[in-house]
Design a binder for this molecule. Structure first.
Ligand SMILES: Nc1ncnc2c1ncn2[C@@H]1O[C@H](COP(=O)(O)OP(=O)(O)OP(=O)(O)O)[C@@H](O)[C@H]1O
Ligand SMILES: [Mg+2]
Length: 268
């Protein structure tokens, strides 16, 4: 369950401020598929970033499985994200000079998954997006669609309970786009992952359980059925640390969030 309560996000300072999210509230049941729909500039990416702990709005709460992630310290947020969340960015943000393997390894490094388990999960994720033959290729040598699939592999490698996808098919041809859609809905249906997807595609939006329409930083309306919670036990794939994730943060050293710089750690 994700609860967004009175979230407001203002960009800029003093004279040039812009309220990108204005007192937004709604909730998403566990296991639902949700489309976030709205015009360019309406606040969709800002909302996704706020809901996933990538960004901190100045007020409001984002409660995921009972934890208000806006109250966590930044390292604890990173840890929380590495265990529960996969994020597919609008502009994929792959590390061009790193191999596919190392790109996908990042969330597992943050979650401190051990070497052997890590390797199997990475190869699995790359196979799922049909990049099994590119494991040792540098990301810069991939085509645009392959980079997008690499970004998806990185987002799903930790078997996240929540997947955010910011226009994941926007840059793809229709065949590859359909494959990506099938992949995401497959994870939603089979693993029970909550899927939250920004899209301009009305067909794709209508395939989701719920549609959240955003307009000028506000929720215009919410359509669709609120899916019944999925009661399946969560598949545990990462080593859990001590109970309080705030305590965990001290174990995290020198690992930055997805999309940031990182120290490369060779596997072999
Ligand atoms: N860092 C920033 N500084 C100032 N304004 C920003 C910043 N990031 C976003 N905005 C503004 O906030 C508004 C919402 O942006 P956002 O990226 O959330 O839109 P969006 O709905 O995702 O649009 P698109 O469909 O084009 O991706 C826009 O008007 C944008 O110009
Ligand atoms: Mg956007």
């Amino acid at each position: 369950m994700i609860e967004v309560k009175n979230v407001t996000k203002t960009y800029g300072k003093k004279h040039s401020t812009f309220k990108a999210l204005d007192d937004v509230s709604f909730s998403i049941p566990e296991g639902a598929s949700v489309a976030i729909v709205g015009k360019s500039g309406s606040g969709k990416s800002t909302l996704m970033h706020a809901m996933s702990g990538l960004d901190r709005p100045e007020s409001g709460e984002v409660i995921i499985d009972g934890t208000n992630i806006l109250k966590l310290k930044s390292k604890a947020v990173d840890r929380f994200r590495s265990e529960k969340i996969g994020f597919i960015f609008q502009a994929f943000f792959v590390q061009a000079n790193e191999t596919c393997y190392d790109n996908v390894a990042l969330p597992l490094e943050i979650a401190r998954v051990s070497g052997t388990a890590r390797k199997a999960q990475i190869v699995d994720a790359l196979n799922i997006v049909e990049l099994g033959d590119k494991v040792r290729q540098k990301a810069r040598n991939l085509s645009g669609g392959q980079k997008q699939r690499l970004a998806i592999a990185r987002a799903i490698v930790n078997k996240p309970s929540i997947i955010f996808a910011d226009e994941p098919t926007g840059n793809l041809d229709s065949t590859t786009g359909e494959k990506v859609e099938d992949l995401l809905f497959g994870l939603n249906k089979q693993n029970g992952s909550t899927l939250i997807i920004v899209t301009h595609d009305a067909d794709l939006a209508s395939k989701c359980d719920m549609q959240i329409y955003v307009k000028d930083g506000k929720i215009d309306r919410i359509e669709g059925e609120q899916a019944a919670p999925v009661e399946e036990p969560e598949e545990v794939v990462v080593e859990k640390g001590p109970q309080d994730s705030r305590e965990d943060s001290r174990h995290l050293k020198g690992v930055s969030r997805i999309g940031g710089d990182k120290e490369s750690e060779e596997e072999e």
